[in-house]
Design a protein around this ligand. Sequence first.
Ligand SMILES: *[C@@H]1O[C@H](CO)[C@@H](O)[C@H](O)[C@H]1NC(C)=O
Length: 183
Amino acid sequence: MKIKKMMFTFGFVFVQLMIMATADCSPKLDNAVVEDLLTMLVKYKGPEFRNTRKWRDIPAFTASLLNEKNINAKEIVKFDKVWTNNGNHYDPNTGIFIAPREGLYHVSTTVMSVSGKTVYAHIWQNETRTVGLFPGTGYSEATANIVLLLKKGDKITVRGSGNHPYLYSSSNHYSMFSAYLIA
Ligand SMILES: *[C@@H]1O[C@H](CO)[C@@H](O)[C@H](O)[C@H]1NC(C)=O
């Protein structure tokens, strides 16, 4: 609203100066006035536009798993190596990301199965199971991506889905979990 008001004021002054410049019938002055006004507009709009999305305000995290782990049905995977945790909305001790505000979020996870074994998992929104992952046997990876409209306080997790608990990872960070606000 503030920007709109400012732009309106600029527009009004612009039109008034244009009328004055035209009345003067001097093309040189006309050009000079237009140039000055354009410079003012660009100067005004520049920093304002850059500041509309400060990276510090965007909830975003990526975490990976340092060691292989057997995951039971509904057991939350605690991705323990944190790479990015803008705003600290992901807790590596619980494996839960809590949306700090309503919005569209991109959520993704990659899981790898243990050699000769299988792993089965899903991304959860609160107590609702969303997209699933079921890579093949042994050192196979699956990735799931989902865009979710989250409410403030919604909890996002990756959990085991039962019968296939063999989740592999290592210091190569094969299994990971990530989410960030799109808008
Ligand atoms: C998810 O759980 C949180 C915390 O328990 C709650 O505040 C929120 O309303 C729930 N969201 C939905 C969509 O049920």
